[in-house]
Write a protein of this length. Structure first.
Length: 81
C-alpha cells in the first residue's frame, strides 16, 4: 500500500525547508528544493519505522507527479512573502 504525504516547501535564506503536514515533527532543510525533499523523504521513512513497523518493509512514499529535481511528495509551495 502506497502512502501519500502533503509537503510544504518554503524558501528560507539560501535554501529550502520542507515540512510534512501529516507528521508535524518531520522537517528537513536543504540547499535546493530537491535536496530538502530528499532529506524529508528520509525523515519520513525513518519515522514510519520508529512508529512500530519495520522501516525496511514499511511503505515508502512515492512521488505523486514527475519532479523537476528529485522526488516530490505532493508538493504545495507557499508564495514568497
Amino acid at each position: 500500500m502506497k502512502k501519500k504525504f502533503t509537503v510544504i516547501l518554503v524558501k528560507e535564506g539560501d535554501g529550502y525547508v520542507a515540512r510534512c503536514q501529516e507528521m508535524p515533527d518531520a522537517v528537513a532543510r536543504g540547499s535546493s528544493k530537491g535536496d530538502a525533499l530528499e532529506k524529508l523523504r528520509a525523515v519520513i521513512i525513518k519515522k514510519i519505522g520508529e512508529d512500530g513497523s519495520d522501516a525496511g518493509s514499511a511503505p515508502v512514499p512515492q512521488p505523486v507527479r514527475p519532479p523537476p529535481h528529485g522526488p516530490i511528495i505532493e508538493l504545495h509551495e507557499k508564495p514568497d512573502v
